[in-house]
Structure formats: structure tokens, C-alpha cells
Design a binder for this molecule. Structure first.
Ligand SMILES: NC(=O)c1ccc[n+]([C@@H]2O[C@H](COP(=O)([O-])OP(=O)(O)OC[C@H]3O[C@@H](n4cnc5c(N)ncnc54)[C@H](O)[C@@H]3O)[C@@H](O)[C@H]2O)c1
Length: 397
């Protein structure tokens, strides 16, 4: 099986850490640490092998992929020299510059893609890129993976809830249609499973869920769960199980990479805050506590993100207690292996003929699509149960 991953945002920090890291793993220079799909529970399931994955994708920041991998400075330079030929072979398509505000992404002063006239033109170009990627690399499947910069929440419009109306709005070049929606639409129209690891809205809007189901395609999202929210979905069920009542949960983040810079724009930050805020009530089974999430751009930290959580809760006789968590994570090193996992799981689901929301992938996301339990342990239990079902189906066949 040859599986292509067409990455939206191929020159970003996560994408370059992904391609460089996978190249190192394939050459035996690194272990696949951080990859969930490499756990023994998923062995022999028919996931595409790491050597069967082919990467390519779009960016609006041009220049070769290998140059961007160097610029982010996240991969040791000796390793980059060893694997440079692998990175140089990765094709970067020019992303259509529409439905996106470069200044809000801090993209002034770089070599940017050209504007396109209309959303319809952009959609057709993305479709042609997918076909070219598939044909040139002799791929059985192309998974489209959104790893691009966070966009603001969608402006209200009735056409989000209806596939036909969305197609007409694209013809009308409606300015409310964002870049992420166009990529997701192109993917699902062209027969590609789609995964969104960003907080931006895409295949989660009803119009695109309809396209996915109509074309028999699986999709998943959104906003990868790599640090602070991962801890929330582990710690909150523990407090609930001990009947300790949370009064407040104060979450702070500092990060200094390009993603952090993008999140200084209040409109972009609103999408991220929404996915980060939306987890606790379901986990605890009540509301009425003070949940705050703050994200600050702090350049000296680069990709070395730091998160603090102060959790104030009470127990017997209303006694007040506090739990503090200090998570020092390497943003892209946490996200990149999970993105590879998602490509493999999406390809598997596609080859099994599954369609609609891949709810078994909930443990990967802050805001998982479809009905899924909120606690991380329950989400992982469901993923392991899915693996068992796949195994049983393989025996039955
Ligand atoms: N690192 C993590 O732990 C983590 C967790 C959850 C979600 N995310 C999300 O992943 C995304 C990527 O993060 P990153 O650190 O790689 O950011 P980044 O800024 O380094 O990379 C984003 C890339 O997307 C490109 N891009 C922007 N708009 C585009 C468009 N319309 N078409 C094509 N390319 C476009 C940019 O030019 C850039 O190269 C962000 O949305 C972030 O919020 C990251």
C-alpha cells in the first residue's frame, strides 16, 4: 500500500519536524518515540508501514521544504545534513492565497504564494494538485492533513449547514469561506480521507460532514491534544472519581514559535481558546467553576512551550486544596509523531470502507468530532477496542 500525505502547511514547524523525524526513523537513526501507532496493541493491524508513506503538500510560504526545516531550527543540523536528500525530494505545491490574511499570520517579508482570483479557482487548483500528487507518486490513497496556521472562527452563514449551498457560496466567492474549508472540501470531493489537527473549522461543519458521508470517506479533527489539555483529560476524571469539587482551573501558556505569533492575533486566538476551554464540564459532570485559559507569545522560548495549571478544589469539610502542573513540552516534537499516526489510522479506515467521523481517534484531539467520551483513558480504551475489531475482521475475512 502506498499512502500519500498531502499536508496543508508543509513548510511549518510541525510538518518539517514530521518529515525530518520520519526520515531519521526510516534510516534507523532514531526510534519512533511519541508514535501511538507503534504501540504493540496496533501491531499487525494493516496500518501502512512507515516506508509506505509519501509526503508532499501545500504552503503559502514558498522556498524549498529543506530550507524551512533548517530555518525552524528544531532538527539537529548534523541530522539535517544526513537526510537532506529526503527532504529535497518532497514536493511543495503553491497554496492558493485566498481566505487567509497573511499579515494576521505574521507572514510579511517572506516569499509568499500568489493571489488567486476566486474560491472556485482555488478549489479546482487544489483538486488538480491532489491528482498530480497521486499520479506522480503512484499512490493508492491520499490523506489530506491540515497542519496550517490557526484561523479565526467562521463568521455566521447559513451555507455552512448544507453542501449544495456551500458549493453555490464558493461559486459566489463568498468572503466568509476560509482556506481550511476549501482544502477540506477539495480533499473530500477528490476521494481523500481528511484530518484536521488545527483548531480551525473545516470538515466539522455540517456541509462538509455531508460531503464526507456522501462520498463514503472518513474524517477526523480537531486541534491536536499534546500537552495542557491532555493533562486535563487525565487529571479531571481523577478528581471527579474521588468526589473532589473543582472551584477553579487556571491555565497559562507561553510559547514563542510561529504558531505562538499567529495566536497573538485575537481572532486567531479565539479558535484555540474555544477548543482549550471546551473540555472540563463534560469531564467533571458539572459547571459553575472558574475555568480560565491564557496564551502568551514569548519569543525566547521558541518551540519549547511551557504550561502551568493551578487547580483549586475542595474536599471533606470544604477543605481547600491546590494541585499544580508545570508542563515543559517541545511543541513540534510532541505533535509530529501524532500527525504520522493520524495519517496511518485514516488510511486504514479508508481501506476498511469506513466513512464519517473517526470517533475512535478522539484521544488525539482537544475537540474530537462526533460522540466520544471526554476522558483520555476512556478514549484510549475505545481506540484499543477499535483495534480489536479490526483484528477480528481480519481473521473473519
Ligand atoms: N504543536 C502542537 O502541539 C499543536 C497542538 C495542536 C494544534 N497545533 C496546530 O498546528 C498548526 C501548525 O502549527 P505549527 O507550529 O506547525 O505552525 P507554523 O506556523 O510553524 O506552520 C504553519 C504553516 O502553515 C502555513 N500556512 C498558513 N496558511 C496556509 C494556507 N492557507 N495554505 C497553506 N499553508 C498555509 C504557514 O505558511 C506555515 O508554514 C497550528 O494551527 C497549531 O495551532 C499544534
Amino acid at each position: 500500500m502506498r499512502v500519500g500525505a498531502a499536508i496543508v502547511g508543509i513548510n511549518g514547524a510541525i510538518a518539517t519536524t514530521l518529515t525530518a523525524g520520519l526520515s531519521a526513523v526510516r534510516r534507523g537513526l532514531a526510534q519512533p518515540l511519541g508514535m501511538v501507532s507503534e504501540l504493540p496493541e496496533f501491531t499487525g493491524l494493516g496500518l501502512p508501514g512507515l516506508d509506505e508513506l509519501v509526503f508532499g503538500g501545500w504552503d503559502i510560504r514558498l522556498e524549498p521544504h529543506a530550507d524551512w526545516a533548517r530555518r525552524h531550527g528544531l532538527v539537529p543540523s548534523e541530522l539535517l545534513s544526513t537526510i537532506s536528500s529526503d527532504l529535497e525530494s518532497i514536493s511543495v505545491f503553491e497554496g492558493p492565497l485566498i481566505g487567509v490574511v497573511p499579515a494576521a499570520l505574521g507572514l510579511s517579508g517572506v516569499n509568499l504564494a500568489r493571489n488567486v482570483h476566486s474560491r472556485r479557482q482555488a478549489l479546482e487548483r487544489l483538486a488538480a494538485d491532489i491528482t498530480a500528487f497521486r499520479t506522480e507518486n503512484e499512490l493508492d490513497t491520499v490523506v489530506v492533513l491540515n497542519v496550517s496556521s490557526t484561523e479565526p472562527p467562521l463568521a455566521h452563514a447559513p451555507f455552512w449547514s448544507d453542501a449544495g449551498a456551500l458549493a453555490r457560496a464558493i461559486d459566489d466567492n463568498d468572503a466568509r469561506i476560509t482556506s481550511s474549508v476549501l482544502y477540506a472540501y477539495a480533499a473530500l470531493r477528490e476521494g481523500c480521507p481528511y484530518v484536521n489537527i488545527t483548531p480551525s473549522e473545516a470538515s466539522d461543519i455540517p456541509a462538509l460532514s455531508e460531503v464526507a458521508l456522501g462520498n463514503g470517506l472518513p474524517h477526523a479533527g480537531k486541534d491536536l491534544k499534546t500537552g495542557q489539555t491532555l493533562c486535563k483529560t487525565v487529571v479531571a476524571p481523577m478528581l471527579r472519581a474521588r468526589n473532589l469539587r473543582v472551584e477553579g482551573w487556571y491555565s497559562m501558556n507561553i510559547l514563542g514559535n510561529d504558531d505562538g505569533a499567529v495566536l497573538t492575533d485575537p481572532a486567531n486566538r479565539a479558535s484555540k481558546i474555544a477548543t482549550k476551554l471546551g473540555v472540563l464540564e463534560d469531564l467533571l459532570g458539572y459547571d459553575g467553576f472558574d475555568h480560565q485559559v491564557h496564551i502568551h507569545f514569548y519569543a525566547p522560548r521558541g518551540d519549547a512551550k511551557e504550561a502551568w495549571d493551578t487547580i483549586d478544589f475542595c474536599g471533606w469539610l470544604n477543605t481547600k486544596m491546590t494541585l499544580k502542573i508545570n508542563w515543559l513540552g517541545a511543541d513540534s516534537a510532541l505533535a509530529a509523531p501524532l500527525a504520522v499516526d493520524l495519517v496511518r489510522f485514516a488510511a486504514l479506515a479508508y481501506h476498511r470502507g469506513e466513512s464519517g467521523e473517526m470517533t475512535h481517534l478522539a484521544p488525539f484531539f482537544k475537540s474530537p468530532l462526533g460522540a466520544a467520551p471526554p476522558a483520555f483513558a476512556d478514549q484510549m480504551r475505545d481506540l484499543f477496542a477499535y483495534a480489536e475489531r479490526v483484528r477480528v475482521d481480519m481473521v473473519d475475512r
